[in-house]
Design a protein around this ligand. Sequence first.
Ligand code: B12
Ligand code: SF4
Ligand code: SF4
Length: 356
Amino acid sequence: MLQAGFHEAASLPLAALREPHLQAWLDAGHAGEMDWMVRHARVRRDPERAFPRTRSVTVGLFEFGAVAPSASNARLAHYASGKDYHLVIKDMLRAAAADLIQRAPGVWTRSFVDAGPLNEKRCAELAGLGFIGKHTNLIVPDRGSWFFLGLLLTSLTVDAATAPQAERCGTCTACLDICPTKAFPAPFVLDARRCISYLTIELRGVIPRELRALMGTWVFGCDLCLEACPWNRFAVRTAAGPFAPRPATQRDLNSWLQLTPAEFEVLFQDSAVQRTGWRGFLRNVLVACGNNGNSALLELVHAWTRDADPLLRLHAHWALWRMAPAATHFWRQQCLDNETDPQVLEEIQLCLQESN
Ligand code: B12
Ligand code: SF4
Ligand code: SF4
């Protein structure tokens, strides 16, 4: 794995992989609309049955680094500011598999990054790479947590992994305290439905009204709990190579409000931002405008209230209301007469009520 470019790697027997709290997490509804998590649960409950040829899992860790956020008033998470990690890490896993096959002919391999049905941070924890912090991500004591994980499943047997590292959060609660949407019902447990990362990336429809005002100016993902973590003072501070932030994507809200679907496709063609799609991205931009409150954006936001897509109209109305609650009262009354979508109508009515 190290020859393939990973900064660190460790293995565990597949038989050692267990997730004692998974079902409780799903039963509590914390996965929100991520139905694939429910579908993957069968595999995750009994991975040996799902992967009968697999004897061991090797976890690769690649540090992407985190530079200071750009001066833009629209924030993209660090991990999504460069090339799509799925593509880069998958290539590295392929190279690691090819290398292994050369050294051990006949070995069976399979690789996963992110989208696979196994919990990568849990694998890393059980392989002894680090510990899971209260923010629910893996921390490697001398590296922090700005890294990607990838898995290489193989038919080779390995000795039992070194014992998992003891959790070292101590009395710190910085990540729990900083989370603007209060997404942690308890330390070590995340309710994804409240996490800005889920809301801006995974959620397809309307962002719950009560959470919008708490989302700040994040337009894709969120880094606040990781940025607050004192272990990240040991992390790499320069993002280089494929994960260096691309200047073309460091735009401000004014520019994003004018982004066309065709431009989105070109700009994010090999970027993780593709996942939310142009429509989801614009929805996030409108929420960020509402929270940014810059009146210079009013006209551009206003234009989105006439869009053909009710999802964008709804978030544009909310953003206008946040930016200038009283100023748009008369005009909004007119919109009420022309609007036909029930959800948008309800949004306009709520905005009107709250501006009174
Ligand atoms: C689904 C998912 C998300 C969801 C849910 C996040 C989450 N914490 O699980 C959302 C969309 C919110 C998300 C956000 C992010 N993600 Co994400 N995500 C995943 C994914 C695909 C699956 C993780 C998973 O299975 N979660 C579901 C729950 C069940 O898992 P869990 O947190 O481990 O839950 C356990 C605890 O709740 C615990 N538990 C429950 N009750 C109790 C009670 C007690 C007492 C205890 C001790 C424990 C406990 O047991 C549960 C089950 O094991 C993985 C990739 C993969 N295939 O593994 C990437 C992954 C975890 N994500 C990653 C990243 C980078 C992020 C973001 C930082 C991206 C961003 N900047 O926006 C944020 C971080 C948000 C956060 N604080 O976690 C990296 C993490 C790297 C690292 N350092 O650990 C991964 C590994 C992707 C990768 N290949 O690199 N992500
Ligand atoms: S990523 Fe942001 S919203 Fe999600 S848990 Fe961390 S601080 Fe909260
Ligand atoms: S911020 Fe503090 S509590 Fe949260 S993961 Fe880091 S060390 Fe643990």
